[in-house]
Design a binder for this molecule. Structure first.
Ligand code: 5AD
Ligand code: SF4
Length: 463
């Protein structure tokens, strides 16, 4: 794919702006719906940033929108089916007003079979482009506005563009993508095929963007990438150094990062987390399975023993560290014994919370060709057993917090009038009575009660 330079992007944004002005005679409205992971949420903030810069105003109501964009996820089949269903439902909106432009982008749109399906059966979709290049939106939209139907599935590649406008959803927490793509080819995963090879943003760009966010008043920055631990490959940079440089920035803020791959999680990283109060002592470290045999089949490149050694080392060096993880249940050929090894590992690590997934077959991946004899009913039973065990562990970790004073970043109004909600450094949702003036502040909260999904507490000043 040819590169699309920042200059071209700006020129096309200006051309779109002019075209929209003469086409609508009023400010047109744009609606963006995001499916999937934080990377997509962050991409959508850039897509909306460009749309606003081109003259659209944002709307939450697709019925009123002149431009509707679905930013999609391909990790599991269920997510794709949901998008296809919702896209089908848009047809009636299009029929009511054919001037409305409907578009699909993101990981799912990058898949050739999906692009073909949209081309043939979803005629109302006028624009499709893959996860490789959200910044190409202005040039592609210009062609659509000129009457063309654009289906762009050029392969993912290229440098990460700098200078794309961003419209952030919040004022307290900000996503900061530091890399794109993945080189790991875990055998079940579609991501390397749709997001392409791993490439990192220059450290100076990341640092200056972080500085700007902190100056604007953001209190939490989450560094994003499919495998942040291998940040900097090819740039002579590395992730622990990036963390240390970030923690040297003046200001009242904290840093999180996700996702970490255990094979690249080094002692230097653990020490970098331990070295600064600004780096949350929380590591999201997806294990996927507790069985050595299944991990090999998954091409994860670590053993359960190596994983547990890493956990022990982090516990030793980072006082009070919390772990979260991703686990896939029902990988092809997973036996009862394999699954019990996963349960054993979960009991041993004691994750604060878990993201659990039923294996979903993705055509084009290695695992898609493996025999998969376990019945869906048996997989569902295993899934429930894992949930039950994790519920007990999460609950007891929450109970251990009762009586402690934890620093909570107040993010917004809570579930009931008079409550604020936020997260502890370890990432646990916490609600407490306080006025909205505290939103965006780090608040010392004495924990008074543990729920399965959250903590409750009161601000120290109230005591
Ligand atoms: N089926 C189920 N879960 C998957 N994940 C990735 N690919 C699949 C798949 N084919 C999960 C992994 C990953 C998380 C983001 O999604 O656990 O860490
Ligand atoms: Fe997928 Fe593995 Fe890359 Fe994560 S590390 S995106 S699971 S291939």
């Amino acid at each position: 794919m040819e590169e699309y330079s920042p200059q071209e992007m700006r020129r096309d944004m200006e051309d779109v702006r002019r075209t929209l002005g003469s086409r609508y005679g009023r400010q047109p409205l744009a609606y963006v719906k995001t499916y999937g992971c934080q990377q997509n949420v962050s991409d959508s903030e850039r897509l909306m940033g460009m749309l606003l810069a081109m003259g659209y105003a944002q709307t939450d109501d697709p019925h009123r929108a002149d431009f509707i964009l679905f930013n999609t996820c391909a990790v599991r089949e269920s997510a794709e089916n949901r998008v296809l269903g919702n896209l089908g439902a848009l047809k009636s909106l299009y029929e009511k007003n054919p001037a409305r432009i409907m578009a699909v982008c993101g990981c799912m749109a990058q898949r050739p079979e999906i692009a073909a399906k949209v081309r043939e059966s979803y005629g109302h979709v006028r624009l499709l482009f893959g996860a490789n290049a959200p910044h190409r939106l202005p040039g592609l939209l210009l062609r659509v506005l000129a009457g063309e139907r654009v289906i762009d599935t050029s392969p993912p590649s290229g440098e990460i563009p700098e200078g794309v406008p961003v419209h952030r959803d919040g004022r307290v927490k900000a996503w900061l993508p530091i890399m794109q793509g993945c080189d790991n080819f875990c055998s079940y995963c579609i991501v390397p095929y749709v997001r392409g090879r791993e490439r990192s943003r220059p450290m100076d760009e990341v640092l200056s963007q972080a500085q700007a966010l902190i100056r604007e008043g953001y209190r939490e920055i989450t560094l994003l990438g499919q495998n942040v631990n291998s940040y900097g490959k090819g740039l002579g940079a590395d992730f622990p150094t990036l963390l240390r440089r970030l923690s040297e920035i003046e200001g009242d803020f904290r840093v999180r990062f996700m996702t970490s791959h255990p094979k690249d999680c080094s002692e230097a990283l653990i020490d970098a987390v331990a070295s600064s109060d600004k780096i949350c002592s929380h590591i999201h470290l997806p294990v996927q399975s507790g069985s050595g045999r299944i991990l090999r089949e998954m091409n994860r490149q670590y053993t359960p023993q190596e994983y547990l050694r890493l956990i022990d080392l982090a516990r030793e060096r980072i006082p009070g560290v919390h772990f979260t993880s991703d686990i896939i249940v029902g990988f092809p050929g997973e036996t009862e014994e394999d699954f019990e090894e996963t349960l054993e590992l979960v009991r041993r690590v004691r994750y604060t919370s878990l993201f659990t997934f039923l294996y979903s077959r993705r055509s084009g991946t290695k695992a898609a060709d493996l025999p998969d004899p376990v019945t869906p009913a048996e997989k569902a039973r295993r899934f429930q057993r894992l949930l039950d065990i994790q519920e007990g562990i999460g609950r007891s970790i929450h109970e251990e917090q009762v009586g402690r004073v934890l620093t909570v970043l107040a993010e917004g109004p809570g579930r009931e009038e008079g409550l604020l909600t936020g997260r502890t450094e370890s990432g646990i949702i916490t609600q407490f009575p306080a006025g909205e003036a505290l939103i965006g502040q780090f608040v010392p909260v004495r924990i008074t009660k543990a729920l399965n999904w959250a903590l409750c507490g009161e601000t120290e000043e109230q005591k």
